[in-house]
Design a protein around this ligand. Structure first.
Ligand code: AMP
Length: 432
């Protein structure tokens, strides 16, 4: 199955090519044709499966078919509701990427920040609006948003909306939508209250379902290093010097962090480059090529920049920072160990990131072995490595002195609710 088989228009296909997508993921292959036919969708899929494109591509295409001109008066015709500001931003970035050759405008609104920039965007006219429920209701009440012209409505991560207590806000929004519309309902799990809600808002939906993303984590060898934030760069250098790591994709949370890590490594004689959203497409592509051709040993990336990166036989993924969205972890480590090959994922976890680690373990149902006794456990930035290098993660598992073996013992510890992330609110999540 290719994107051409899905009858996506050329400008969208071009954008997907630039994003590095080679073929549709299963959720895309199932959803896109149905959505293009005008069907409502009830989709059981998690973040990490490619679900954003599964609804974003048909929306872009259908809206584009209706009004290719750019001089018309714009009104919000597609609304995507997301539970957190992080997810909303991520969805907005996806619309950016997929719609870059179209004349459609979108914006993202969420709470916790001043509304001025958002209202300015709204007043300048948008076709697609991505929003968290609270801020959306605020701005509707203030008269900045009207939902009268909505033709497409997406409820994303419906189960998480419910977990986070947004159900009433969501229902309030739904009451303001026109009856005649196309609705896409996405949820990682389908407990009975979610099924009930879906029945209320969908019209004879087509049902689509894909395997939980968490299963990809099982074939990657994982370990975690508890390390103070300030010591992470030393630990990284130490591992690259002492471990058998031929190449590594290193993930940082921020663009600034990616630059700093790459600069640090280069200064220490390790060939490294950073890719992130502030770099031009050409610079990113060159960095990627250098990495693929093994001219650089380490590619430091933010999640957004790493989208679509597909590198054969990537041996190591290193999470310099743990992501606050558990599915992102699974997606990152899924870049190694592709096509049945077993890859290695090392994660650095500082005190503030412990809750993220808990969420990741809950999602994957795996307990990630801890590497004890590495030299950078102390807060003191000037501390020197202990004489003994850290035991290689791989060796540790083989010797059985880690916290359990990945594929055997750990699986037996799987928790029942393995498809769900915890309902806890990660720092930075925004409820409005
Ligand atoms: P999502 O589940 O929508 O959050 O997507 C998870 C990740 O997969 C994002 O980084 C997307 O950019 C990436 N992605 C989505 N569709 C594809 C595809 N067809 N090929 C490669 N990567 C994809």
């Amino acid at each position: 199955m290719t994107f051409q088989d899905l009858h996506l228009i050329e400008p969208i296909q071009r954008a997907l090519k630039t994003a590095g997508y080679q073929k549709p993921t299963p959720i895309q292959a199932q959803s896109i044709p149905l959505a293009l036919q005008g069907r409502d969708l009830l989709a059981c899929a998690q973040t990490g499966t490619g679900k954003t494109a599964a609804f974003a591509l048909p929306i872009l295409q259908l809206l584009n078919d209706q009004q290719p001109g750019s001089n018309r008066r714009r009104s919000v015709q597609a609304l995507v509701l997301a539970p957190t500001r992080e997810l909303a931003i991520q969805i907005g970035e996806s619309f950016d990427a997929y719609g870059k050759h179209l004349k459609l405008r979108h914006t993202v609104i969420f709470g916790g920040v001043s509304q001025n920039a958002q209202t300015r965007q709204l007043q300048s006219g948008v076709d697609i609006l991505v929003a968290t429920p609270g801020r959306l209701l605020d701005l509707i009440n203030q008269g900045y948003v009207s939902l009268d012209q909505i033709e497409f409505f997406v409820l994303d991560e419906a189960d998480r909306m419910l977990d986070m207590g947004f159900i009433h806000d969501v229902k309030r929004v739904i009451r303001k939508l026109p009856q005649k519309r196309q609705t896409f309902f996405f949820s990682a799990t389908m407990p009975s209250d979610i099924v009930k809600l879906s029945a209320e808002i969908l019209d004879r939906p087509a049902k689509v379902q894909v395997d939980p993303v968490s299963s990809t984590a099982e074939r990657v060898e994982q370990s975690v290093y508890f390390v103070p934030k300030k010591q992470k760069r030393k630990l990284l250098l130490h591992l690259l010097r002492h471990e058998d790591i031929s190449e590594a994709l290193v993930f940082t949370r921020t663009k600034h962090g990616a630059n700093r890590v790459a600069k640090d490594l280069t200064k220490s004689g390790i060939r490294a480059e950073a890719i992130h959203g502030n770099k031009s497409q050409n610079a990113r592509q060159l960095a990627l090529k250098n990495f693929k051709d093994r001219h650089t040993r380490v590619l430091v990336a933010t999640d957004i920049a790493a989208r679509g990166i597909d590198i054969d036989e990537l041996s190591h993924v290193i999470n310099f920072d743990l992501p606050n969205i558990s599915e992102t972890y699974v997606h990152r480590i899924g870049r190694t160990g592709r096509a049945g090959a077993s890859g290695i994922a090392l994660s650095f976890c500082d005190t503030e990131e412990r809750p993220y680690l808990r969420d990741i373990q809950k999602l994957t149902g795996l307990r990630i072995p801890i590497v004890d006794g590495h030299p950078f456990t102390a807060e003191d930035e000037d501390s020197q490595p202990a004489p003994q290098p850290a035991a290689p993660a791989r060796q540790e598992r083989r010797n059985g002195n880690g916290n359990g073996n990945r594929n055997g013992n750990n699986r037996s510890r799987k928790r029942g609710n393995k498809n769900r992330r915890s309902g806890s609110k990660a720092p930075g999540d925004n409820r409005r």
